[in-house]
Design a protein around this ligand. Sequence first.
Ligand SMILES: Cc1cc2nc3c(=O)[nH]c(=O)nc-3n(C[C@H](O)[C@H](O)[C@H](O)COP(=O)(O)O)c2cc1C
Length: 185
Amino acid sequence: MKKSFDSGIITPHPVLIIGTYNEDGTPNAMNAAWGGQIGRGLISISLGEHRSTDNLRRNKEFTVAFATEKMLAACDYVGLVSGNKVPDKLAKCGLTVTKSDKVNAPVIDQLPVTIECRMLEMQEEFGEQRVVAEIVGMKAEEDVLTDDKVDLGKLGLVVYDTVAKCYRTVGDNVGGAWNAGKIFG
Ligand SMILES: Cc1cc2nc3c(=O)[nH]c(=O)nc-3n(C[C@H](O)[C@H](O)[C@H](O)COP(=O)(O)O)c2cc1C
């Protein structure tokens, strides 16, 4: 029998590591789980007021890397402390960056897959800043690709369990989308 609740939550969420440049040109990063893709080439992220939010207002370009099990502690750390209080937070957790050639934003060297984004709008909605951006490029390490496509079987991707407030690895391929249902005709 199903139990009835007066609230609910969508889970899991992606773990997006947002890379931006500070005013002085040093890199910053934050963890954002409240976001996702909203259409072909478009993403939306819900942001509170952070150093990264100010960086985005000023610069309008950023990167989004996907958190991995191998780099889990560093990905969590950038979500725990603000660059306003710990200016060298990337160095503190062992992250280094290379400037993207497509956007004015840092690509984190230790995270294998990063998309490069240009902000289209930042709107205050329900007490948060809703950022909508277009994806203008992607950088991916060759060893997480199969036939030039990102292979989740190789990436070691983690997602955010919004109920247990923990990270979980993404598991096996258990069936083809737009395919498994074909057994019903
Ligand atoms: C698992 C996790 C998910 C988070 N998701 C978001 C989010 O979606 N939006 C947001 O504004 N902050 C989110 N945060 C909080 C920011 O990452 C955090 O406040 C960070 O310190 C901001 O860094 P900054 O001030 O250097 O930009 C999240 C933190 C964690 C640990």
